[in-house]
Design a protein around this ligand. Sequence first.
Ligand SMILES: [Zn+2]
Length: 220
Amino acid sequence: MSNKQVIILLGPAGSGKGTQAKLLVKKFGLEYFGSGDALRKRRKAGDFTAKKLIKVMGKGKLVPSFVISKLWIDKLEKFKQRRKFNGFVIDGSPRKMIEAKFFDEALEWYEWQKEAKVILINISRRESMNRLIKRRMCKKCGRLIPWLGQFKKLKKCDKCEGSLITRSDDKLVAIKKRLEEFKKEVIPAINHYKRQGKLIKINGEQSIEDVHKDILKAIK
Ligand SMILES: [Zn+2]
């Protein structure tokens, strides 16, 4: 068996997948690709796509597949060049059926298909909504502060001391739109992995530590 970890983390917004991804990165020394982070970075480029992304994401819509796919393909190519490489975590992507199929091809191409595990962090729509409304972002460094466990108590950013604000795409209408998009677009992608026998479902309505433990058990 290969000792590389290739983990795809999926779940509705607010499921804590970003937090879990970072725990896995630390635990196994993995590379990280977060579609949310990558898109927020992409929005700063100042070009046509950057401006359009700000508009589209502000409405809670999913970004087009070619934009996000380009970002993760570039990243996979970079991972392949690493000398010391333990594997990687993909956080929050693929988010559509077409992306899941495209991603299968990419994993096949880079010869990681066998190692790939897909983990769904499952939380109810109601819980997702509640966490999204309350979660905050650092004004200075852009770090997302989940509405979970000890993070709830933070008054300032735990990385840079910046002040915390509610993100514009976390406003109620946008949140509802995002949850609708999840049902319409992401669920079919999740079912695609289920049919492949690759899907691991984790109960996300537990403490950060317990979700992490369940993931570790599942990927052993
Ligand atoms: Zn910060």
